[in-house]
Ligand binder design. Structure first.
Ligand code: PXP
Length: 242
């Protein structure tokens, strides 16, 4: 079966809206693991807009499955990953102004820092995955960079409508086949939800999926009724009888 790594950044986004302590992504990670997910994914962005350093430090102590740390290719992040020792690092492009990771990593014209960062992380036993657009040149460049894994960016497929859906699916299919031929582990993620994930599972050679926003969004609604009932019970208990 394909593994599911749940991205819990979106829990941290709700916490950071108040700069408070809840909801704590540590609790989310524990529940995700209890529910059977094979891994927990967090993206430490340079602006710390959701996941913060304290989360990464404590999650490293509490995650029992696989910790996948998504991060930009910078000296600061590589140092932090070497200190944290996640099982997997996924290297992603990062621009401050973007709402979420918008495109894949540019591996074809990558600076030397990418290659040296991959080597440094691997020397410490950390698996390195590159989050890339599903094109053959990015796949081949990823292989040449020394990475063992790629994560196919499924965002264009997820956003496509009409005839474009099939075109995007075909690109993912061809990319997965080429990556496997080169011996790369094929992972995928971004924008996957309860409607479009089934077809992604049917792609050849997919090992792991990273899914966040749709799962946390669904959890808001599946949990909302009982959360309201709990508050009503509390108010009923606390209201003085006339
Ligand atoms: N994979 C990568 C590399 C990402 O940056 C993200 C979003 O943080 C995801 C997967 C998960 O995307 P989504 O939240 O849309 O499921």
């Amino acid at each position: 079966m394909i593994s599911l790594h749940v991205n819990i950044d979106h829990v941290a986004t709700i916490r950071q809206a108040r700069r408070g302590s809840e909801p704590d992504p540590l609790a989310a990670a524990a529940l995700v693991e209890l529910a059977g997910a094979q891994g927990v994914t967090v993206h430490l962005r340079e602006d710390r807009r959701h996941i913060i350093d304290r989360d990464v430090r404590l999650l490293r102590e509490t995650i029992q499955t696989v910790m996948n740390l998504e991060m930009a290719v910078t000296e600061e992040m590589v140092e932090l990953a070497l200190k944290t020792q996640p099982e997997v690092v996924t290297l992603v492009p990062e621009r401050r102004e973007e709402v979420t990771t918008e495109g894949g990593l540019e591996v074809v014209r990558a600076p030397e820092l990418l290659r040296t960062s991959i080597a440094r992380l691997q020397e410490q036993g950390i698996r390195v995955s590159l989050f890339i657009d599903p094109t053959i040149d990015q796949i081949e460049a990823s292989h040449a960079s020394g990475a063992t894994d790629i994560e196919l960016h499924t965002g264009s497929y997820a956003n496509a409508r009409g005839a474009a859906v099939e075109q995007e699916y075909e690109r993912l299919h061809a990319a997965a086949v080429r990556a496997h031929e080169l011996g790369l582990q094929v992972n995928a993620g971004h924008g996957l939800n309860y409607q479009n994930t089934r077809r992604i599972c049917a792609l050849p050679h997919v090992h792991e999926l990273n899914i966040g926003h749709s799962i946390i969004s669904r959890a808001v609604f599946t949990g909302l009724s009982s959360a309201v009932r709990d508050m009503l019970d509390l108010i009923r208990d606390a209201t003085p009888t006339a």
